[in-house]
Write a protein that binds this ligand. Structure first.
Ligand SMILES: Nc1nc2c([nH]c(=O)n2[C@H]2C[C@H](O)[C@@H](COP(=O)(O)OP(=O)(O)OP(=O)(O)O)O2)c(=O)[nH]1
Length: 360
């Protein structure tokens, strides 16, 4: 069933098909369907899903479609909102409302040998690493979903350089501390909160080739002495202030697109409704311009923190309401520990991040 939606970017009325998409997995096994040749985007793999009926919410459509196509009842599973994305296929415009659902061990045991769905379509469980490496031919819109799925369950944030002000050489102290205390294989947001730290970040990446980095958007990593470490940099980060500056620039001159990283996916920080709306606008423009997507937002502070004692905490309920507004995966930040991952998921998040409790 189709719905009319107003596209705020072009201000024209277009017909968009709202689709519920279920990224169903059990640990690192993901369920894919195969679209029949006669269907739109036929002969491609897909996540289970289909059109949301006019009387349904996205989650109701998701539960119905999964049951109709596979027989799996996900009504009692947690559906984690990954995001919403518009895609123009030329012959059809879709708005995919994407959720990740981990089935239970019992459900997996019951359905792991399922090779055909209830509508006669082929179904297959595939390895996460192969799916994310692009080994399965999915519709073009799914490229963004795969980028979202790369996000880990937890992200470490570095201490700012100022934390080491008492040391005789704060930069050396920052480097040594993080060299020793970052956990193996971590994703690390390199928040030094200081200019001219490109080389320190690069040195840390050379010392810790096992980690992946999110670097501040204003840092020009190409300026670092040698840039081999760049393949460890997987995203660029925008503060809420940078995001709002970008947004007001676009409001003044709608056709302008300022020089945010065009080579890397973005992760942005948000604290309120206005910044989430700006992040959604940024994500939408990047999709239209076929630039690497906004893969997540840090939504903070969930709880009070030592680093920002004067900033009032949102609390999980307000955090959850804000997280719902975001068109991309949401990462909890502020006073959290890795143990709070499950709580974040129950409130609509995909990951947790922090400094102290994420370092060893
Ligand atoms: N199910 C699903 N659809 C996707 C994915 N990616 C993507 O671009 N799409 C598009 C393809 C289709 O244009 C649209 C889904 O519509 P559909 O035709 O499968 O919906 P439906 O099951 O209600 O279909 P039908 O019975 O009316 O044929 O969304 C995906 O991963 N899963």
């Amino acid at each position: 069933m189709t719905v009319k939606q107003s596209n705020s970017l072009t201000n024209t009325s277009i017909t968009t098909v709202n689709v519920a998409v279920a990224v169903i997995h059990y640990q690192n096994q993901y369920l894919l369907g195969f679209r029949a040749a006669s269907q739109h985007q036929g002969n491609r793999y897909e996540f289970v899903g289909g059109k949301i009926d006019a009387h349904e919410t996205a989650k109701q459509g998701l539960i119905r479609e999964v049951a109709e196509e596979t027989g799996i009842n996900i009504a009692n599973n947690t559906a984690v909102k990954l995001g919403r994305l518009h895609h123009d296929y030329g012959d059809k415009q879709v708005c995919l409302q994407v959720y990740r659902i981990e089935v239970t061990a019992q459900q997996y045991a019951q359905y792991k040998n399922l090779s055909y769905g209830l509508e006669g379509q082929k179904l297959t469980w595939v390895e996460e690493a192969e799916l994310l490496a692009g080994h399965y031919d999915l519709p073009a819109a799914n490229k963004t979903i795969l980028a979202w799925l790369q996000l880990p369950m937890q992200i470490t944030v570095t201490y700012p350089l100022s934390h080491f002000d008492a040391a005789s050489n704060p930069i050396a102290a920052w480097l040594q501390y993080h060299h020793e205390h970052i956990t193996a294989g971590a994703w690390v947001y390199m928040r030094t909160k200081a200019a001219g730290t490109e080389n320190s970040i690069k040195q840390l990446l050379q010392l810790r080739t096992d980690i992946q980095a999110i670097t501040p958007d204003h840092l020009d990593m190409d300026k670092a002495d040698n840039v081999e470490a760049n393949n460890q940099i997987i995203a660029s980060h925008l503060t809420q202030t940078q995001l709002m500056q970008w947004s007001s620039g676009v409001a003044k001159e709608p056709m302008s697109y300022s020089a945010l990283s065009t080579s890397l996916p973005l992760i942005v920080s948000c604290h309120d409704v206005d910044s989430i709306n700006a992040a959604n606008q940024l994500a939408s423009i990047r999709l239209q311009q076929q630039l690497p997507p906004v893969i997540g937002i840090f939504l903070a502070p969930v709880e009070c923190t030592q680093t920002h004692p004067d900033t009032p905490a949102l609390g999980w309920e307000a955090w959850s309401n804000l997280a719902n507004l975001a068109d991309m995966p949401v990462i909890g930040l502020g006073g959290l520990s890795p143990m709070m991952y499950k709580q974040a998921v129950l409130h609509g998040g995909v990951a947790v991040a922090g400094i102290r409790q994420f370092l060893k």
